[in-house]
Design a protein. Structure first.
Length: 333
């Protein structure tokens, strides 16, 4: 109910549902509504608020960004629809959600795709690799992908006992994002995958509906999952990726001059976020350890082997394989 009220009031204030989003009429400026499912402490919130401030300044106040954190406007799956229909302008959405709209995004969600955060960011900034993919949702969904923010390495965490081998996960219900790859991955790693939206995980861990979850250290702490799941296994099974979506009509409705400023400030936001990410990951681990979390290394080889059929399963078409190979080549440059 809170979410519906929030969207309704944003629309009533004239902050959302812009006419231009629906008609494509160019706009001279406005405050863009941006939805985020993270807290105000998360690096994505910090970087996106700074993005809005710089955009405001650089366009002499014509364009601004209002970031709505904490899933106030809805969970990612719902908000993507709101951006598509123009009632919300922008949203951060996990790669797993885009995989559900165009399966080619799955290539960037696989365990072995990215070798490091730096590699991931290099790929995202290369239009020859990602240009077509990022424009692929424009015709049918009115969604433009601007680029992305790293989710860093994702690890497993459990309520009871440390995980070292895939067999330790037997019978454990592990929350995953709502995507086929995420489900296949946890099942292959030995657990029992339970898809669920992000905002529901804390209560499910606390009440025993879940035995564990997987995420990066920053979300583990900012979502307070460390209060209820104390054992973190460094499986490093994936370097995850969030995408920045904007309604296509809003984006193309900007004047060329303002869109150039917007693009420049967005590129700067990706750099800023990556820098914050590294600092905040170290801080999150330290703060979780202080409050009793136990981090342990795992049998990496055993997990890698368990996951390799998942990679093969999703690289079936020639197009997917080509994209995957281009990404791998970028790592060697
Ligand atoms: C990360 C990611 C979010 C995603 C979340 C999840 O925190 O940044 O975009 O929603 O993981 O596991 O659902």
């Amino acid at each position: 109910r809170t979410r519906i009220v929030a969207v309704a009031s944003a629309v009533a204030l004239g902050l959302g549902a812009c006419a231009s989003g629906l008609t494509g009429t160019p706009e001279s400026g406005k405050t863009l509504i941006l939805s985020l499912n993270q807290t105000e402490e998360h690096p994505s919130y910090v970087a996106l608020v700074a993005f809005g401030e710089r955009l405001h300044e650089a366009t002499d106040g014509r364009w601004d960004v209002q970031v709505y954190p904490n899933e106030t406007l809805g969970a990612q799956q719902e908000v993507i629809q709101l951006v598509s229909d123009g009632s919300v302008d922008m949203a951060v959405a996990s790669g797993t959600q885009l995989e559900n709209l165009n399966l080619e995004f799955a290539v960037l969600n696989l365990p072995t795709t990215f070798h490091s955060i730096e590699h991931q960011m290099d790929v995202l900034s290369d239009p020859e690799i990602v240009g077509d993919l990022f424009a692929s949702l424009e015709p049918d969904k009115s969604l433009t992908v601007l680029g992305g923010l790293t989710q860093g390495e994702r690890n497993l965490y459990t309520v009871k006992g440390p995980i070292v081998e895939p067999s330790d996960l037997k019978g454990m219900k592990i929350r995953v994002q709502e995507s086929d790859i995420a489900i296949d991955m946890i099942n292959a790693m030995g657990g029992s995958a339970t898809p669920m939206s992000f905002g529901e995980v804390y209560t499910a861990l606390q009440s025993g509906v879940l035995d564990g979850a997987e995420n990066n250290e920053v979300s583990y702490v900012t979502q307070k999952h460390n209060e209820v799941a104390k054992y973190v296994a460094f499986t490093r099974h994936l370097i995850g990726l969030d995408y920045m979506l904007i309604n296509t009509d809003v984006y193309h409705g900007m004047s060329d001059e303002d869109r150039a400023i917007f693009d420049r400030e967005w590129a700067e936001t990706m750099r800023h976020h990556t820098q914050l990410w590294v600092e905040e990951t170290a801080a999150a681990i330290a703060s979780a350890e202080e409050t009793g979390s136990k981090f342990n290394e795992v049998d990496q080889e055993a997990f890698r082997e368990a996951l390799s059929p998942v990679v093969e399963k999703y690289l079936t078409s020639e197009q997917d394989r080509k994209l995957y190979d281009e990404i791998q080549r970028k790592a060697d440059q």
